[in-house]
Design a protein around this ligand. Structure first.
Ligand SMILES: [Zn+2]
Length: 410
């Protein structure tokens, strides 16, 4: 049977195939799709004929990009807080006054499912325009059973736009009404939120840090999620070192995220258990924080992924290409590491080895980008020129989802 779609004469294709050297880079390649699957990949001279042919000449081909860490469902605005912080007010002072994450929680609880979905859909469409075909989305602005479940339902509704991986994050913060009795809130997560949310989620995450959840509380919550079959993740070692990275790695977490303050023991545990380090340079930039120890992670052989951490406060960043550039400049990743971090390693962070590469056994997602004007058709030119890259064509599950997105360029 004829393939339904052929993306032909791609100027330079990076397959990110785990069996290929470097990034699986080759010029003048074609990729064919049939029945929602990748059916052929190889030099353009040998390409099969197909019902629909898209011209990839002059373009850079990559697997559909993967964002392994977002908080893309929320209501309310924190732009006023940004102005206050620029004027010198601290985040802790803003939080004391009921702002910060607590203001997002209030607004999200009050928002209808339809209102939450409309904004989140627009955000995810924006991410997709930059070549993302898989986006992880967390709950964590409800902090009560009904709102946590509503956030996950909204995230699931967006799967007609991109492939969504849903993460339950009831342990994002202690809500205001439980400030005097944190144990009661942990109990609510375990006995009310988890039973309701686990069927709506793929992963479970905890925010283990000063002022949030302790190591003991975090491990109880992760263990309960593991018993329900959820993939484990953790916000780890961001503000203060807690030991969660090592403990979560030992428990089987696929990723630990942030890691600004991780130590050698945590890195050794991650290397032993093949836990992915998800780096979030947007939060590092907005919080003017220290960089995670990338050189030590690299030397230990820990895989690194990068995420937008898209959220209304500490990382309101809507573009994975901006994150790639920041990961290189602020954190010291190489260009190849940044590309791996937004493709194959991001898939592994989500426990999905089929994401973020092109070949037999991968999902059928392909993103095509034009090099910046006057630049060569290489990933180096995409990463050096910060952010201004929209997918020209985008294939997801073998279907053409964006055709000639250049007309959308700004
Ligand atoms: Zn986060």
């Amino acid at each position: 049977m004829k393939p339904s779609l052929l993306v032909h004469r791609i100027g330079r294709l990076y397959t990110l195939d785990p069996d290929a050297p470097d990034l699986g880079e080759a010029p003048n390649m074609s990729v064919a799709f049939e029945d929602g699957e990748l059916s052929w990949i190889g030099p353009s001279a040998h390409a099969p004929s197909a019902e629909q042919v898209i011209d990839g000449s002059g373009l850079i081909g990559l697997p559909g990009l993967v964002d392994p860490h977002t908080h893309a469902v929320w209501a309310g605005s924190r732009s006023d807080e940004f102005a206050r912080r620029l004027a010198g007010e601290s985040y802790s002072a803003i939080l004391e006054g009921g702002g910060g994450i607590l203001s997002t929680v209030r607004a999200t609880r009050e928002a209808s499912r339809e209102a939450l979905a409309a904004d989140a859909r627009a955000r995810v469409a924006g991410l997709r325009s930059h070549g993302l075909t898989t986006v992880e989305i967390k709950s964590g602005y409800g902090l009560d059973p009904a709102t946590e479940a509503r956030m996950l339902a909204v995230a699931g509704d967006l799967s007609d736009t991109v492939r969504v991986v849903r993460t339950f994050l009831g342990a994002h913060a202690i809500p205001a009404e439980f400030r005097g009795d944190r144990e009661a809130y942990v109990e609510q997560i375990l006995t009310e939120q988890l039973p309701l949310c686990a069927p709506l989620a793929d992963c479970i995450d905890v925010y283990c840090d000063r002022g949030s959840f302790t190591l003991d509380e975090s491990l109880r919550i992760l263990e309960a999620g593991k018993a329900l079959g959820l993939t484990l993740r953790a916000h780890a070692e961001q503000v203060e070192y807690t030991g969660i990275a090592a403990a979560a790695a030992e428990l089987g977490a696929t990723s630990v995220d942030h890691l600004e303050r991780i130590d050698h023991e945590g890195i050794a545990a991650m290397a032993t258990h093949d836990t992915v380090a998800v780096l979030l340079p947007g939060a590092q930039l907005y919080l003017k924080d220290a960089s995670p120890p990338v050189e030590t992670l690299r030397e230990a052989g820990v895989r690194m992924a990068i995420g937008t951490d898209l959220n209304p406060g500490s990382s309101p960043v809507h573009n994975p290409w901006t994150i790639a550039t920041l990961a290189c400049i602020l954190q010291g990743l190489t260009i190849d590491e940044a590309i791996l971090g937004m493709t194959r390693n991001a898939g592994l962070a989500l426990g999905r080895p089929d994401l973020g590469w092109l070949g037999p056994g991968s999902v059928a997602d392909l993103a095509l980008f034009a090099p910046p004007p006057g630049e060569p058709d290489t990933v180096a030119s995409l990463v050096q020129h910060m952010g201004a890259h929209r997918a020209v064509h985008l294939v997801m599950d073998g279907q053409l989802r964006i055709e000639d997105g250049r007309s959308l360029s700004v």
